[in-house]
Ligand binder design. Structure first.
Ligand code: AMP
Ligand code: MG
Length: 518
């Protein structure tokens, strides 16, 4: 396996001068050199062929011992120097100080087909940033990250990618619900890939420490390599950089809202500077459409990161980034303008996104009202978001009525007449509005199906794959991996995954309740 490597990150940014792998505050550095921990019995259980191909790694090579050893941290690729990054973050609304890659270790950078990719292992052992934890990851959370990142990519949602999923052969102690019941679980390592793993928190940590020199070095590097079109760094360019991050963050969140993805932990240390979905922890997919839903039990009280609050939280996080970049810009009003634009852009883009989901391609001043009416109606009784929007494309006129969306209701038999009446009245408005559209039903249906996925990684599906993998059967991981490569296509042989969450999964840990334990 011959990789085409480069090292912009480690050669252009300041490294921690201390080489000892001890837990500590790291100053004046963007990263610390640290090697992954050797594992006792590494075993690759899945690889993303698409991602390997984009890195110039052949299918045959992914099956080699060399691949296994490199991507589980057991062998250092020649002439590379693995490292962990230093970052801080606002967690659940409060400044948390230094966090950093506590269990992620960056291996190297690959240049292939004019693209630059950073390669990182998650769960590869302790780093100076491990704080009180062990630097490891368990199989369940690794399967969730591995599958979901690739699924998001195929849904067209900006995201980091997955290359491989491996067992370490070591056991890891975890208290899943933080209720005093720790148990040993199988350890795992995901190799994940991104043009950059920089987060808002990488910038915040320097600002918090009044280290403007390194803040500038890091920002200049980021602009040079990821926002080169903005030109040579200046106050104006720093502001434009912030504008772009704001735009890309919003774009990502609009996609989340479109597909019903709830990240679960939108802390600023989990916000990519490139607007990519990063750090798949206690995330979840909406089943019943509900603005108030969050899968994260750690956030059960305040529901800060609930579905309907994600756009606001994106803005809140950008506010923190604005504060961090302020020393480079030194003017408040232009930063405030960017944040104000986020709000108006959100209104516009959210409306456009919802219109596309409903098949409205012409202008109509009533659309916002129709959409708000729908969102209220969707929350009257438990209604499956994915099934509802997908099946809505079969609606052509009022004669097709409630029947078309019947499958989306979790308890159709017991829906009250009053709720049925409200649904029928919305469908009547919808039918009338559709008459103004110029496309044929078939054309509209195709367009709607291109934004309303048929298949998503429902929470219980990930759990089924986890339960089987715990027993040594990895078939479902592969089945879902293949299924989710074509989320917008009809796959008649896979119709069983286009179904509501089964009742057994309603309150099961891992399906509807997830904690940060991973
Ligand atoms: P998260 O909420 O998972 O994004 O994690 C917040 C911080 O905790 C990050 O700095 C992680 O690197 C760190 N962290 C999470 N789990 C572990 C672990 N098992 N060992 C070391 N650090 C961890
Ligand atoms: Mg994180």
């Amino acid at each position: 396996m011959q990789l085409h490597l480069t090292n912009t990150f480690t050669s252009e940014l300041p490294a921690d001068k201390i080489l000892e792998n001890s837990r500590r505050q790291v100053h004046n550095a963007v990263f610390s050199y640290v090697n992954p921990k050797k594992t006792s019995a590494p075993k690759v259980i899945h690889t993303s062929k698409e991602m390997a191909n984009q890195l110039g790694i052949s299918l045959k090579e992914t099956k080699s011992d060399f691949f296994k050893n490199v991507f589980t941290g057991n062998k250092i690729y020649p002439n590379t120097t693995p490292f962990a990054m230093c970052y801080g973050g606002h967690q659940f609304g409060n400044w948390a100080g230094q966090l950093g890659d506590g269990r992620a270790i960056n291996l190297f950078e690959i240049e292939h087909q004019n693209k630059n990719w950073k390669v990182q292992l998650k769960g590869a052992g302790e780093t100076p940033y491990s704080r009180t934890a062990d630097g490891l990851a368990v199989l369940r959370s690794s399967i969730r990250e591995y599958l979901c990142a690739e699924a998001m990519y195929h849904l067209g949602v900006p995201t980091t990618r997955s290359l491989s999923l491996s067992l370490s052969g070591d056991n890891v102690l975890r208290d899943i619900l933080y209720n005093g019941n720790p148990e040993y679980e199988k350890g795992a390592i995901v190799s994940r890939i991104s043009p950059s793993f920089l987060r808002f928190g990488n910038f915040e940590i320097f600002a918090a420490r009044n280290d403007v020199k390194n803040l500038k070095i890091l920002t200049d590097y980021t602009i040079k390599h990821h926002f080169a079109h903005l030109g040579k760094p200046s106050k104006e360019v720093y502001l434009n950089f912030f504008k772009e991050v704001s735009k890309q963050t919003l774009e990502m969140i609009i996609h989340w809202q479109r597909v019903g993805f709830v990240h679960g932990v939108m802390n600023t240390d989990n916000m990519s500077i490139l607007g990519l979905t990063i750090d798949y922890g206690p995330y979840g997919w909406l089943e019943g459409f509900d603005f108030g839903w969050t899968p994260n039990t750690t956030d059960r009280q305040n529901k800060r990161y609930r579905y309907g609050n994600q756009p606001n939280m994106g803005l809140w996080n950008l506010f923190q980034l604005a504060n961090a970049l302020y020393p480079l810009i030194e003017e408040i009003p232009p930063l405030e303008n960017v944040l104000a634009d986020y709000k108006t852009d959100f209104e516009k883009q959210s409306l456009a996104m919802m219109k596309s989901k409903l098949g409205f391609f012409t202008e109509n001043k009533n659309d916002l009202g129709i959409i708000q009416n729908l969102e209220d109606t969707l929350q009257l009784v438990e209604t499956d978001m994915t099934i509802f929007f997908r099946n809505l494309s079969n609606f052509s006129d009022q004669n097709t009525g409630l029947k078309v969306i019947e499958d989306a209701f979790y308890n159709f038999e017991n829906i009250s007449d009053e709720v049925k009446k409200l649904w029928n009245s919305w469908l009547k408005i919808y039918a009338k509005r559709l008459q103004e559209e110029k496309l044929s039903h078939q054309q509209r249906k195709e367009k709607m199906n291109a934004v309303n996925p048929k298949y998503v990684l429902r929470n219980y599906m990930a759990q089924l794959a986890i339960d089987a993998a715990d027993k040594g059967n990895y078939d479902l991981i592969d089945e879902f991996y293949i299924l989710l490569k074509k989320p917008y296509e009809e796959q008649p042989e896979n119709e069983k995954w286009f179904a509501k969450r089964p009742e057994w999964a309603r309150h099961k840990v891992g399906c509807s309740m997830l904690s940060c334990s991973s």
